[in-house]
Design a protein around this ligand. Sequence first.
Ligand SMILES: Nc1ncnc2c1ncn2[C@@H]1O[C@H](COP(=O)(O)OP(=O)(O)OP(=O)(O)O)[C@@H](O)[C@H]1O
Length: 504
Amino acid sequence: MSLEIKNVSKHYGAVIAIKEANMVVNSGEVRAILGGNGSGKSTLAKVISGLVGSNSGEISFDGVPLDFSSPKDAKKHQVIMTSQELSLFKNLTVEENICICNLPTKNMMTNRKQMKERAKDILKRMQLESLMGKLVSELAPNQQYMVELAKAIVQEPRILIIDEITSALYREDVEIVDEIVSELKQKGCIILFISHRMAELYAMCDSVTIMRNGETVGTYPIMDKTEDEYLSLMIGSKIESYHGEGKHQEKSKRDIFMRANHIPIPSYHTYEMLEIGKGEIIGIAGLQGHGQTDLLQALYGGFGKINIELDGKKVTVKNAKEAVSHGFAYISGDRERDGTFSERNLTENLSAVQELVKHKKIPNAKKVLDELHVKYDNQNELITSLSGGNQQKIVVGRWLTASPRIIFADDPTKGIDVNARTDLHKEFAKIANNGNAVVMISSDDDELVSITSMVKTSKVIVMYEGHISAILEGNDINRENIFAAAMPINAIPEEKGAREDDKR
Ligand SMILES: Nc1ncnc2c1ncn2[C@@H]1O[C@H](COP(=O)(O)OP(=O)(O)OP(=O)(O)O)[C@@H](O)[C@H]1O
């Protein structure tokens, strides 16, 4: 059995999203699709799963042409896609959502007992039984993505497309995805896996197809090339990725920029203290939902007034508006809910902070978009017409234009390709090196190791159960130490998954 894609093209008006894409994927094969932001990966996934029609080309499965006129049609053939665009009904329970595509019935009514059993079975396989009975609206974003995946698995896919959901997941969720992918692979399922995280691709995939500007430029056994070789193929010219391990400056004395002694972490009813130095980058690590997001939000006035010391002066930050007036920036970890204005165009999205604070537009939005390497057609298009990674660049970019003094960023490079991610790290380092500071959560420990090595003063704090369990500096900043502090020996977290009130 194999999936064959022959010369498939798709354009949106003048924008060529995919151009004569070709690939063959065999039964039981996990194929990575790797490419820069806007290179056509999601569009290809949508064409295969019947969400959008192609303009030309052929797709066949096991020699039979697949010509879906709708996702329903694709589902009949067990071609299922899970993506960042959630298809869940927030007011229904987890089990209702999981089974909604194929509700078991008895006497023309939903057989709730059977539905619950079916959902429980898959949730157990995914170590998520604690979600039974909850409404999707009660779940943290990472948990919603796991439910989206459960909904796909329960349909017993023959072709499963996983489009970047792992960027919204935490390390332990990704381990579960890895196990599920292995199980499906054993059963002969074809899996197309889209992610910007190279470590995941090497761990889970057999082969990789590289996309560049809508074209499929090559397919390789995944272990055949290094990360830098793949990066060069994606970009079309030789390039080297940056890794920070062993490159950190020794611990040094820092001038205190901001100090907060009583930071509330509501999810755990705890309090923490933090000192931020001038020119410092602070990485925040830890397993999911251990208070990282609370810490950032609290410093930004998200939980009511907070007393801090800023530049030696006592200051009370009462709310986000005041935080902005002190030069603080907050990049939310939930782009869809708190990041983009979906009904607004690129310029408006980019100007949002400047407009709210200084009541003016960005003078040269085109220049900013180009500096951020946003792939777009025109500035007046809706932000939702951009690929996910390009939307994220705008969400981050709007704060960069506001000359922030301290950036509080919650997983800011989520969905951004490897190359653009390094550019953004350099931008953050430049802001810190100008005497400002960056405090940044990342679900990717490698990212924290890299970015903290780019400035003279940095540290990684690791959170566990609402407390800072370790502060790493200098060359103590490495993956092993972060991992050890995130999961102290003999300590077992109360519940897997984010706390209800730690809305990540
Ligand atoms: N609905 C749409 N309307 C107009 N243009 C679109 C639409 N969807 C995608 N595009 C364009 O098609 C191109 C490919 O987008 P696609 O989402 O497939 O990229 P991607 O490789 O998945 O990117 P990312 O890594 O950022 O998710 C982009 O230039 C994008 O702006």
